[in-house]
Design a binder for this molecule. Structure first.
Ligand code: NDP
Ligand code: MG
Length: 381
């Protein structure tokens, strides 16, 4: 098997860190790595992993740029989003992992696919905002999902065509507040919302798990990845996070993928697909699993999931409006300006405020993303 040369976007984050562990175990090389602002961490990663090319998308201070160039003359350095896209066009890599958080990851997915490189996608927001445009790009490779649920589905589907699938069942842990009495929701603190019971992840996706918004994003992600209508995609609570998702075939059989919850496994699969590599990073002892249970998602506990499904089915610009509204409302909640229970009401307000656009182009999507973010941010002033 030819070893990949990796472009790792979001190298300083949670998925980035897990990817580095995979690269270390498998002796994979990283040709390019990006961060937003955390230059001490990215420089340390570059030294540890011998990475020749770095991008800092969030460093606009010219004197800091000059200082970093001066102190790191052995490295090729890029600054800002435009230069990130240039690096993705010109630097050498065989597969890119897009693990940038949030809507900021969208343009990179386009740049990677337009260059016809393999894309291992963690940044689900790319498909949420622009799935209809990405689906039209001609690419020699399938997008390889990194998100654990979609990796599970991708593995379970194997070579089966879409017309043999009855339903995709995306599993949901229920996040931090799956057992909290509803009367206590108004007093949830940011620190409580950033504790995930099963997974260790970045702040935004952990909060999105607590509200179950993450599952709405994942339903949209599955719709575009597997080209199935929304009636054939469902989500179900599975508190143990051992079964990462299931495919129900037309004959009534279900196939699932199981393991201890650890993102290193879907990352490894994305990097080795269509093969598998020997690895000792993630171990699962079946005798330690006391039960595997499922239940329906509760509407009162997780209103944002149901708002998200409606926006998904409406399509067009609404997934972008909803996602930008959630990004803004999440920031307001994490900085203590709104209660947890207001996140979903602000998102509903944004969806009611903005008119429908059926087939938005990339420019419209990026423009609306900014506009809605600002609009919602100012609602609490
Ligand atoms: P983190 O918040 O841990 O890391 C985000 C990374 O993106 C960091 O490297 C950060 O750099 C960089 N970044 C932040 N803002 C920007 C920006 N505006 N432009 C460019 N780069 C930026 O996120 P996660 O690793 O948790 O998640 C990354 C993506 O993967 C998300 O889309 C998430 O939904 C998805 N995902 C994550 C899972 C997980 O287990 N963590 C599971 C499934 C999907 P810096 O450090 O400099 O700020
Ligand atoms: Mg997931």
């Amino acid at each position: 098997m030819v070893k990949p040369l990796i472009a790792l976007l979001g190298a300083t984050g949670s998925i980035g860190t897990s990817t580095l562990s995979v690269a270390k175990e498998q002796h994979y090389q990283i040709g390019l790595a990006s961060a937003h602002q955390d230059y001490p961490k990215l420089l340390k990663i570059a030294a540890d992993y011998n990475i020749p090319c770095l991008v800092f998308t969030g460093i606009s201070d010219k004197s800091l740029q000059q200082k970093l160039r001066h102190e790191n003359q052995q490295l090729r350095l890029y600054f800002g989003e435009t230069e990130l896209l240039q690096a993705l066009q010109s630097e050498d890599y065989s597969i890119a992992i897009n693990a940038i958080s949030g809507s900021a990851g969208l343009s990179s997915s386009f740049a990677i696919l337009q260059r016809d490189k393999k894309l291992a996608l963690a940044n689900k927001e790319s498909l949420v905002m622009a799935g209809h445009l990405i689906a039209k790009l001609r690419s020699s490779h399938p997008i390889i999902p990194v998100d654990s649920e979609h990796s599970a589905i991708f593995q379970a589907i194997g070579v089966h065509p879409a017309n043999e699938i009855r339903k995709l069942h995306i599993t949901a842990s229920g996040g931090a507040f799956r057992d909290l009495p509803l009367k206590d929701f108004a007093n949830i603190t940011p620190a409580q919302a950033l504790q995930h019971p099963n997974w260790s992840m970045g702040a935004k996706v952990t909060l999105d798990s607590a509200t179950m918004f993450n599952k709405a994003l994942e339903v949209i992600e599955a719709h575009w990845l597997f080209k199935l209508p929304y009636q054939q995609i469902t989500a179900v609570m599975h508190p143990q996070s051992i079964i990462h998702s299931l495919v129900e075939f037309i004959d009534g059989s279900f196939l699932a993928q199981l393991s201890t919850p650890d993102m290193k496994l879907p990352i490894l699969y994305a990097l080795t697909y269509p093969n598998r590599a020997k690895s000792n990073l993630v171990k699962t002892d079946l005798t330690q699993l006391s039960e595997l249970s499922f239940k329906a998602i509760d509407q009162d506990r997780y209103p944002l999931f149901f708002i998200g499904l409606k926006a998904a089915q409406a399509g067009g610009i609404y997934p972008t409006v909803m996602n930008a509204a959630v990004e803004a409302a999440s920031r307001l909640f994490l900085s203590g300006r709104i209660p947890f229970t207001s996140i979903s009401s602000l998102v509903q307000k944004a969806l009611d405020h903005y008119p429908f656009v059926e087939e938005p182009d990339l420019e419209t999507i990026i423009g609306m993303n900014k506009e809605v973010f600002l609009w919602v941010s100012e609602l609490s002033l």
